[in-house]
Design a protein around this ligand. Structure first.
Ligand SMILES: [Zn+2]
Ligand SMILES: [Zn+2]
Length: 213
């Protein structure tokens, strides 16, 4: 299995590791379970150094743990330019850290471009801009193996909220359609279950839920 999942504990997002000789961490949780993530990472990445951490979007349940984790493992933090400022500055309203009663910590962020390809040495993941849940939300897609990581755009049995700052219903619908057009097989969302065969059906369900099919 190329995508390894640490299921989100408490309010944490799922944390994924895309394996290979140059592995990529996807999302970091709130930081409440920093030690558990480090332990899981050392078992999962084995001797490979994790040099890159992709954040699917600005929300604290995905990014709160990033500053400490990036410092500890020496990883570069990567995300879309439209969500980067909120995380770079630790903006409590834009990251929603105020909902957790905490101040998010600022962190250095490198911006990703739509269409950029990140390779683990084993698989290639393309950056797909999928706004709607937030304006700078991204998904990662491996077109050879048809593996999709949609962040909070879509879940097994649901879709991401569009009523939070920078969220937009029409954009969310467009993003789900865009992901469906990629014809993914495996899907690893930001929360809850993942599916290794049913990605297309899950995206079709999401469109139905949004009243679009
Ligand atoms: Zn989330
Ligand atoms: Zn979110």
């Amino acid at each position: 299995m190329v995508v390894r999942c640490l299921a989100g504990m408490d309010f944490d997002s799922n944390v994924y590791l895309l394996t290979g000789e140059d592995p990529i961490l996807v999302d970091a949780g709130t930081g409440m379970h920093h030690q558990d993530i480090l332990k899981w990472l050392s078992c999962t990445a084995k001797k490979c150094k994790v040099r890159r951490m992709v954040l699917t979007h600005r929300h604290y349940d995905h990014t709160g743990g990033a500053p400490a984790l990036a410092r500890e493992i020496g990883a570069e933090v990567l995300m879309h330019p439209l969500d980067a400022p909120a995380v770079r500055e630790g903006d409590p309203r834009q990251t929603l850290s105020y909902m957790f009663g905490v101040q998010s910590q600022p962190v250095e962020v490198t911006e990703l471009r739509e269409g950029q390809v990140l390779s683990t040495g084993e698989s290639d993941y393309e950056v797909v801009h999928t706004p709607g849940h937030t304006s700078g939300g991204i998904s990662l897609f491996d077109k050879v193996n048809k593996v999709l990581l949609p962040g909070d755009t879509v879940f097994v049995g649901g879709v991401g909220r569009w009523d939070l700052p920078s969220g937009n219903f029409e954009q969310l619908v467009g993003s789900v359609k865009k992901l469906l057009s990629l014809a993914p097989k495996e899907i690893y969302p930001g929360h809850g279950d993942f599916s290794q065969h049913g990605a297309a059906g899950i995206l079709e369900e999401a469109l139905k839920y949004l009243g679009e099919s």
